[in-house]
Design a protein around this ligand. Structure first.
Ligand SMILES: NC(=O)c1ccc[n+]([C@@H]2O[C@H](COP(=O)([O-])OP(=O)(O)OC[C@H]3O[C@@H](n4cnc5c(N)ncnc54)[C@H](O)[C@@H]3O)[C@@H](O)[C@H]2O)c1
Length: 439
């Protein structure tokens, strides 16, 4: 059988998740979207809007609705959709009203992480398919709920780990799995980003005009408004995100797991976390972390230094897959294979090989989602894969917050076996009237 790039991505992801690549049962209850997929976007400012634009570059997608709690963002994005795509979506400030629209087939969720679980579950209950940004949620229990919900409501859910659809990482996986670096022994990941230290500290201020701040907070604790905890920079605060550990960790750790087709929670994590950056910044998350995930037959190491932009191989972030016969170094634009030195023959074990493709992978990941909504096949990054990656980011953060340097996890009971403090961070406490979905 000729394997196209798309079918390869789809089948390998589904196989890795232990899922069938055949259409799901139960779809017959609802008419399939005809040729045109009608999408709604919840959370319009940055990534969500980027993902919408990738949808709209496909001729078989229209934008039926936009929703944001910031009227300024909402109006600006509506104007862009009209100008660039000649479409006039309905506008909403409350996502529940958007979900009531019967003519919407699928929703894109581009809100901060603390909203992902609630909005995904509500969307699934309303019969929509969902493209939800990574990390799939801000806690362990929310990940579990989302996995169960996608199954129970029998919908397509694509997690926004777009590297799964990227040609560069598919190429890296092909090289690793065909034995080009021999036995994979170690995956070294680094992520050094200046933005990870957070913004300069500013005082609280009144809520800006046009913003429904209560609806931005949603299930998160009530707090005075501060722009550092708001658009874009919310990711440095535990109530809404997990800092660089989850922002980039999810993407990069996902590749380490994919290399061995692991789709499960870590069994053990060893963690060093500290704040070593010289200046005070608005941030709760850690700026310096060294994390180790011992696996049965290899190890994944993750090294994070916020506030700097240089790293190994002169790359600010990257992954080194280390095998007996060579090391593969990747980022989103290139794969380089460095052959090992043969110490008996006194020569390299082959030629250096490098592959570069500037093409980014959001467009591919979005197209994969659209195709799967139509075919009812599993997408490249279903919730099981999203959960495995998210848990590899949440566990180190939970260890650091609990003052533990080692955490051991029992997936059967869904608890850490060695830390009561860590167990207290498994499930978030939702602010009323919001309730953690029961699925
Ligand atoms: N896949 C990637 O490469 C990638 C890159 C960047 C961000 N992300 C993810 O995308 C998500 C959004 O990040 P961002 O950088 O775009 O954040 P952002 O703060 O720029 O945008 C979030 C938007 O959601 C809106 N919002 C908040 N609560 C809402 C609600 N209840 N209903 C409707 N709208 C609401 C905000 O007003 C804002 O416009 C995060 O989960 C982030 O991790 C993914």
């Amino acid at each position: 059988m000729k394997l196209t790039r798309r079918s390869f991505v789809q089948q390998s992801a589904a196989a890795a998740a232990g899922l069938s690549v055949f259409p799901l049962a139960g779809w017959t209850k609802r008419a399939a979207p005809s040729d045109t997929l009608r999408v709604g976007l919840i959370g319009c400012r940055n990534m969500g809007f980027g993902i919408l634009e990738h949808h709209l570059k496909n001729r078989d997608v229209v934008c039926a609705a936009l929703c944001d709690v910031d009227e300024n963002v909402l109006n600006d994005r509506a104007a862009t959709v009209e100008k660039n795509f000649s479409q006039k979506p309905k506008l909403f400030r409350d996502f529940r009203k958007l979900l009531e629209q019967k003519d919407i087939d699928a929703v894109i969720i581009g809100t901060p992480d603390h909203w992902h679980c609630l909005q995904t579950v509500y969307a699934l209950q309303a019969g929509k398919d969902v493209y939800v940004e990574k990390p799939m949620s801000n806690s362990i229990e929310e990940c579990n709920i989302m996995v169960r919900a996608a199954k129970r409501y029998n919908r397509i859910v694509q997690i926004g780990q777009q590297q799964r659809s990227g040609f560069v990482f598919n190429k890296a996986m092909e090289l690793i799995k065909s034995g080009k670096i021999g036995n994979l022994r170690k995956v070294n990941i680094w992520a050094n980003f200046a933005y990870g230290v957070g913004p300069v500290i500013v005082p609280d201020e009144p809520v800006p005009a046009g913003v429904d701040y209560d609806m931005w907070l949603g299930p998160a604790p009530e707090r005075p408004f501060n722009r550092n905890r708001f658009h874009g920079t919310w990711r440095h605060f535990w109530d809404y995100g997990g800092g660089l550990m989850s922002d980039w960790g999810v993407h990069l750790l996902d590749m380490g797991l994919w290399a061995k087709d692991l789709v499960k929670a870590p069994e053990k994590v060893l963690v060093y976390a500290a704040n070593t950056y010289s200046q005070p910044r608005a941030r709760e998350t850690f700026d310096t972390m060294t994390v180790c995930f011992p696996k049965d037959d290899f190890v994944i190491n993750f090294d994070l230094t916020a506030g700097i932009q240089r790293g190994p191989y002169d790359m600010l972030y990257g992954i080194a897959f280390i095998g007996d016969l060579g090391t593969i170094v990747t980022d989103r634009s290139k794969v380089v294979l460095y052959p090992e030195w043969d110490n008996e023959q006194k020569k390299f074990m082959g030629e250096e090989y490098s592959y570069t493709e500037g093409k980014e992978s959001h467009g591919e990941h979005v197209r994969n989602f659209i195709d799967c909504v139509k075919s009812r096949n599993q997408p490249a990054c279903p919730p099981e894969i999203g959960r495995a990656a998210a848990l590899h980011a949440h566990f180190p953060n939970i260890a650091a917050r609990s003052g533990e340097s080692i955490l051991i996890w029992d997936d059967a009971t869904g608890r850490f076996t060695n830390s009561q403090k860590a167990n207290e961070l498994i499930t978030p406490v939702y602010r009323k009237p919001w309730e953690l979905p029961k699925v």
